[in-house]
Design a protein. Structure first.
Lengths: 116, 122
């Protein structure tokens, strides 16, 4: 799976939008971009994923550049409860098959701290 | 939907004993579950992939005889840490791969994680 690069940490004021960048310059055509977050001492929580189109759900928006080499996770109105480590992961799609299918490789992620 | 539970949430045991951790998908069937381990201030590391009805596939460096995985049903996988030692103390997290949920958002083949099990070996 392609590797990702994320900033080590970011700060955001409560109520403001949090924009978390991720670089995945070696992504291949059948790899999806997934975002998870992990609040301290809990299991990771799925946020959103996409292939090439921008995506939005009740938690966040995912903006993927046209060349797919980078993406941005947007939390539109950050709250204190959004303080967590955010992981950007590139993963093979369902039609890839093989032993690598489905595996998630976690990097160090971005520590997002939301301030009052 | 897509809830994964783990039991127990916390366990303390003596060195040399075995500990079993259960991972259940509560509202969906999961043909594939994954087991991860996370040491303090580190990221999650995949230990093994568990497929229902077949042997688990272990990542390089993970001892299959020490970390026994059983995936006997579509909603339950277990991880047994045999002859646990203090260096096995860690946060163990499972995930289950969900099929596309009927009527739900476009969530295809996504992994959902359990809350984790904190293992402390004395």
């Amino acid at each position: 799976d392609a590797k990702t690069t994320q900033p080590t940490s970011m700060d955001c004021a409560e109520g403001r939008a949090a924009n978390l960048p991720c670089n995945h310059s070696t992504i291949s055509g059948n790899e999806y971009v997934y975002w998870y977050r992990q609040i301290h001492s809990q299991g990771p929580q799925y946020i959103i994923h996409g292939l090439k189109n921008n995506e939005t759900n009740e938690m966040a928006s995912l903006i993927i550049t046209e060349d797919r080499k980078s993406s941005t996770l947007i939390l539109p109105h950050a709250t204190l409860r959004d303080t967590a480590v955010y992981y950007c992961i590139v993963r093979l799609g369902a039609n890839a098959g093989g032993t690598s299918y489905g595996k998630l490789t976690f990097g160090q992620g971005t520590i997002l701290t939301v301030h009052p | 939907g897509a809830v994964v539970s783990q039991h127990p949430s916390r366990v303390i045991c003596k060195s040399g004993t075995s500990v079993k951790i259960e991972c259940r998908s509560l509202d969906f069937q999961a043909t594939t579950m994954f087991w991860y381990r996370q040491f303090p201030k580190q990221s999650l590391m995949l230990m093994a992939t568990s497929n229902e009805g077949s042997k688990a596939t272990y990542e390089q460096g993970v001892e299959k005889d020490k970390f026994l995985i059983n995936h006997a049903s579509l909603t339950l996988s277990t991880l047994t840490v045999t002859s646990a030692h203090p260096e096995d103390s860690s946060f163990y997290i499972c995930s289950a791969r969900a099929p596309r949920l009927a009527g739900g958002p476009k969530v295809t083949d996504t992994q959902y994680f359990g809350p984790g099990t904190r293992l402390t070996v004395l």
